[in-house]
Design a protein around this ligand. Structure first.
Ligand SMILES: [Zn+2]
Length: 73
């Protein structure tokens, strides 16, 4: 089960990538713990790898509690 609670809602890997990217990815890997604290609120940060297009692979980082997010672009 790789669904996780983010900002109070259960999200799939695809939905988590969509929250960060703004568009639904072609593919997303399992959600993992990023082993870092949110720079905004200090809560746990999750990471998810996804493909926004066939030629690109991005890792997104998203706080579980607030709206902070980032990518490795
Ligand atoms: Zn946060």
């Amino acid at each position: 089960m790789s669904n996780r609670v983010v900002e109070g809602r259960m999200v799939t890997p695809e939905r988590l990538a969509e929250l960060v990217e703004g568009d639904r990815p072609m593919e997303a890997e399992a959600i993992e713990d990023a082993e870092m604290d949110c720079p905004e609120c200090g809560s746990n940060v999750l990471s998810v790898g996804y493909m926004p297009s066939v030629t690109e692979f991005v890792t997104a980082y998203k706080c579980q509690e607030c709206s902070w997010s980032d990518t490795d672009r």
